[in-house]
Design a binder for this molecule. Structure first.
Ligand SMILES: Nc1ncnc2c1ncn2[C@@H]1O[C@H](COP(=O)(O)OP(=O)(O)O)[C@@H](O)[C@H]1O
Ligand SMILES: O=P(O)(O)OC[C@H](O)CO
Length: 500
């Protein structure tokens, strides 16, 4: 009998990917497509849900074609997605009523201020594990209901559906038969109680969202439904769903409490597995659901950094000092260090552990001798420093000092960055051979649900080290770098707060 595969659909912020994995967890084929980023106003970010759907199903077919594998040899599909991004659509027509409002979109920041002013932050934090912020889906849904003509009335009449991108894709794949999400995605909506594992009526009331719009919340590893044969030739079970950062935690096999991964993509997202207990944060991290497999729910602490690898894009597209992202490593390596230059990429405020919406990008410490190489170096350093701040908060919250940081994502290929990361953390940084851990995690969740892998023991040995970076700098040098970074961060915050 011919072997079968698991197909992972990884719907990210800037591109949709489809990757085929075999039983050993190796990538067999993949396809990827970028899609439009829509910026209707400063601080607003939208995607076209139909373009996302068409692109995602297109790359799925392309990956199968590249491998020469028909749909009948796909044992299951796993879905992982950019989280929080919000779609509202008409149940009858399947048409979105508005573009997807992306996690990066800040349009509801003012409403979040109102919620805080009403003294509701603690209630929300206690129930959802989240801080009140425009980042999460809840206020985005409300914005659509308030601003799209007739939407609120249609929602109240049960005619509209809300979903994060996982729900949207499953709805499309099943031709409107299945409206579900998983616990990890639900935990990012600001509407879901992570303790009772239910949509929360009080939160729905605060945000004015009818419960009839919401998807049913399922575990992260079970058969939710089957794809309509129109898409990949046959009906394939959709059997795994997790938000992309949670999927990466699973793909990195950080399945025991205290294990941590950091993903260096557009943003940087660090997660620590905290086991079956939600650990509250006193340092402005998020408490969130990692996944549910069977009836076992695992929790995580998370630190979200909004500008990570995208600072390298800014060097390319904004400053024009590199032609392509991969030029940044060689340019930065021309200098031993940034020579006192610090870049705080607070282009859209600062995420964890500051959560300061007003802070703005700041470049300090330049002299006549400052070159493009120093700025490139400072840009890479900023990714590592932000990660350091988040890990510090995470270790304080959990009481755990980690032995190693597992890394993945587009910018983790950068050796200059990874070495500096290890230096300033004073901790080993371990990069696996497969850095597509997000897709792999979704594949594992789907494969476990259909018995492709019998248990987590089956996949335990599949994580393979590519490079381990260990600290090389003296404690004095590290202390100097870190002190400069903190000063620069204070400057970024002070600059914003000093408007006369
Ligand atoms: N060699 C490199 N060094 C540093 N950053 C890089 C490098 N190559 C790509 N990047 C950055 O990695 C990011 C893309 O990573 P990826 O994991 O694909 O992101 P996402 O899933 O958020 O779309 C981009 O922001 C890009 O600037
Ligand atoms: O699509 P990514 O990899 O940038 O991840 C986005 C996050 O899920 C947002 O919370």
């Amino acid at each position: 009998m011919q072997d079968t595969f698991i197909l992972a659909l990884d719907q990210g912020t800037t591109s949709s990917r489809a990757i085929l994995f075999n039983r050993s967890g190796d990538m067999v084929a993949s396809a990827q497509k970028e899609f439009r980023q829509i910026y209707p106003q400063a601080g607003w970010v939208e995607h076209d849900p139909m373009e996302i759907w068409a692109g995602q199903v297109g790359v799925a077919a392309e990956a199968l074609a590249r491998a020469g594998v028909p749909g009948s040899r796909i044992a299951a599909i796993g879905i992982t997605n950019q989280r929080e991004t919000t779609v509202v659509w008409d149940r009858e027509t399947g048409q979105p009523v508005y573009n997807a409002i992306v996690w990066q979109d800040r349009r509801t920041a003012g409403f979040c201020d109102d919620i805080r002013a009403r003294g509701l932050a603690d209630t929300i934090r206690n129930k959802t594990g989240l801080l009140v912020d425009a980042y999460f889906s809840g206020t985005k849904v409300r914005w659509i209901l308030d601003n799209v003509p007739g939407a609120r009335e249609r929602a109240q009449a049960g005619k509209l559906a809300f979903g994060t991108i996982d729900s949207w894709l499953i709805w499309q794949l099943t031709h409107g038969e299945v409206h579900v999400t998983d616990v990890s995605n639900a935990s990012r909506t600001m509407l879901y109680n992570i303790h009772t594992l239910q949509w929360d009526d009080e939160l729905l009331d605060i945000l004015g969202i009818p419960a009839s719009m919401l998807p049913q919340v399922k575990s992260s590893s079970e058969v939710y439904g089957h794809t309509h044969a129109a898409h990949l030739g046959v009906a394939i079970p959709i059997a795994g769903v997790a938000g992309d950062q949670q999927a990466a935690l699973f793909g990195q096999q950080c399945t025991t409490p205290g294990m941590v991964k950091n993903t260096y993509g557009t943003g940087c997202f660090m997660m620590m597995n905290t086991g079956d207990k939600p650990v509250p944060s006193h340092n402005k991290l998020l408490t969130t659901i990692a996944w549910q497999v069977g009836d076992k729910v695992q929790y995580a602490l998370e630190g979200s950094i909004f500008i990570g690898g995208s600072v390298v894009k800014w060097l390319r597209d904004g400053l024009g000092i590199i032609k392509q992202s991969s030029d940044v490593g060689p340019l930065a390596a021309q200098v031993a260090d940034s020579d006192g230059v610090y870049l705080v990429p607070a282009f859209a405020g600062l995420g964890a552990p500051h959560w300061n919406a007003e802070a703005r990008g700041t470049l300090v410490g330049m002299t006549q001798g400052t070159s493009a190489a120093h700025i490139a170096r400072a840009a890479l350093d900023s990714i590592a420093f932000q990660t350091m701040d988040v890990l510090g908060a995470m270790q304080a919250d959990s009481g755990i000092t980690i032995a190693e940081l597992r890394v993945d994502g587009g910018a983790s290929v950068n050796n200059v960055l990874m070495q500096f990361q290890s230096d300033i953390l004073g901790t080993a940084v371990a990069r696996p051979k497969i850095t597509e851990t997000t897709a792999l995690g979704a594949a594992y969740l789907a494969g476990l649900a259909v018995g492709y892998w019998q248990s987590t023991d089956d996949i335990q040995g599949q994580w393979q080290l590519d490079t381990r970076f260990t600290p090389q700098q003296s404690a004095d040098a590290v202390a100097r770098y870190v002190a400069g970074w903190h000063r620069a961060t204070r400057a970024a915050i002070a600059w914003a707060g000093d408007q006369q």
